[in-house]
Design a binder for this molecule. Sequence first.
Ligand code: P6P
Length: 340
Amino acid sequence: MIKYFVLYLKAKLECHPELVSLSKDVRNVMVRQAHHDTTMITLRKFLEINNTDKNLARLFTDAIAPAVIEIRHKIECGDLCHCGTENVYGEKQLALDVCSNQIVLDHLKKSGLVNIAASEELESEVEFKKAGKDEKDLFTVVFDPLDGSSLVDVNFAVGSIFGVYPAGSPIGRTGDDQLAACFAVYGPRTTLVLTLGKGTHEFRLNHKENEFFLSKENLKILPQAKYFAPGNLRAAAERDDYLKKIDEYIKKGMTLRYSGGMVPDINHILIKGNGVFSYPSYSATPEGKLRLLFECNPMALLVEQAGGGAIDEGGARILSKKITGLHTRTPIFIGSKSAL
Ligand code: P6P
């Protein structure tokens, strides 16, 4: 509130300087504070202001952010054809999937900060040489390099998702062990939504400067939802409980916002400040479709840090679920707590 009071005073000062006979020094501080405009704060500066661990900050500024910028470029000019390979789920990989995956791996390796990388596109973990570094200065990074890639050809927004753990295998841990999480949205704008355990914040890419600047600090998700994003709607044909839930949302007059991309759909909830995204299981996918490690855990941390919640269909908290395998799937309901 102080910031807005200062902005009000600044406006007063500019229109009626005779009104306030403040000392020049105080006035300069107030005007400077009034100029404390979040668009001037780079990701690097924000991490520094928030006393982020130096290695963790560098992981974001020197590896993840550059990888996101490179993937954005590939989306705009890369080819969309299938490259003849399949991922671990038997899904045909687009050249873009394989390329995005390699971009992230290259940046993580080059940073020298990563002990283990695990990708939704790869069967197993990739271990990088520690080169004499102490494990406490290294991280494990799990990622979905291009979530929703099948939507690129219809020009829908897509995204990349990252979770950061202390060095070592993620197997046997829970999502609560994440030190940080973020996703990138490749939409009309390229944004990075990030949490380091102290709130969830949005940064917007300035293409001219190739820098991410703080655009929204401390995103908040209200308990009441006005929007709903019902994934796997086909499940309602055989699951009355899901049909009933959707019917409840409709009867409440909630607005449908579903794109088929988990990243833009959950980004919508964070930026609008309310909403619920659901992706239940059904006979064809008894464990659900979305991956616990690569998609649900990072999203759950980002949403919980903004005051929302994330559970599976048994009501278990996503971040408390033990990671028993790299490619474990889970049903998920995530967003405004009263709508879960
Ligand atoms: P469906 C994209 O393929 C994805 O992994 C998520 O981004 C999205 O929420 C979900 O699958 C969409 O699944 O069954 O609607 O195609």
